[in-house]
Design a binder for this molecule. Sequence first.
Ligand SMILES: NC(=O)c1ccc[n+]([C@@H]2O[C@H](COP(=O)([O-])OP(=O)(O)OC[C@H]3O[C@@H](n4cnc5c(N)ncnc54)[C@H](OP(=O)(O)O)[C@@H]3O)[C@@H](O)[C@H]2O)c1
Length: 266
Amino acid sequence: MAQRASFASRYGPWAVVTGASSGIGAEFARQLVGRGLAVVLVARRRERLEALGADLHAAHGAEVRVVVSDLAGSDGVANLVAAVADLDVGLLVNNAGVGLKGRLIDLDAGVLRRLVEVNCQAPLALAHGFGRRLVDRGKGGIIMVASTGGFQALPWSAAYGASKGFDLLLGEALAVELRADGVDVLTLAPGGTDTEGPMNTGVDPAKVPGKLMAVEPVVRAALDGLGRRTLVIPGAGNRAAAWATRLVPRAVAARAAGRIMRRVIS
Ligand SMILES: NC(=O)c1ccc[n+]([C@@H]2O[C@H](COP(=O)([O-])OP(=O)(O)OC[C@H]3O[C@@H](n4cnc5c(N)ncnc54)[C@H](OP(=O)(O)O)[C@@H]3O)[C@@H](O)[C@H]2O)c1
């Protein structure tokens, strides 16, 4: 109980969770409510957000606000910031993301641009805007959801891997920049996780090396690590694979990752 109260006083009263309509983001919302926070649920699919919000309110009496926003659009971030201007936000979870598989030159240029907007531009702008607010109030947190795919080049998912490398390095840098201001920044780098995300982008779960993790332990590891660590890689196998990429030349790591990607998307 004391732990719940201290989490809520450090990171509450409100958390903004992007990409809350499914997968890892919906689980962040559930666990944050379980830790005593009110949540702003952000994504494009209103009905999913409203259903989750109603469940959270019914089960925990949680305060919930739904903000429908397309973070790929030029107005998405500004609309979100305006929609929560009246709330005391103590935690930003930059989770919304899209995957993209295939040879880069075969992919649509507009789809590639939107990937960069959702995976890089939006989390950067939100970390910038909310980071200032958190520093001014002297406490709070930011969680950046990157991926083990960001630890090395990711052929056959090149833009996605690069975007997650961006999130990883941005989060790690902000952890250093904001530490003295009382703002805890944690980067979460999940490996394969059982959500609709990978399936929507053509990944065959049966071909993914190792077992996909459930969302519950992935999110729990992040929330347990917030304020204690700056990078969390859930799962021992994922941690070993992430560290192994540092022990070999980068070109070797890129080729190995490319072999795995070819297999899981074919
Ligand atoms: N699952 C994995 O294996 C895995 C591994 C490593 C990292 N990750 C990362 O984890 C995060 C969550 O992914 P997930 O696996 O939970 O996938 P998911 O179930 O597909 O969730 C993605 C979320 O992002 C939202 N989103 C996508 N495009 C958006 C846009 N233009 N504007 C606003 N919201 C948008 C989606 O909501 P709407 O469609 O309703 O807008 C959805 O809520 C991503 O950043 C992903 O890169 C996932």
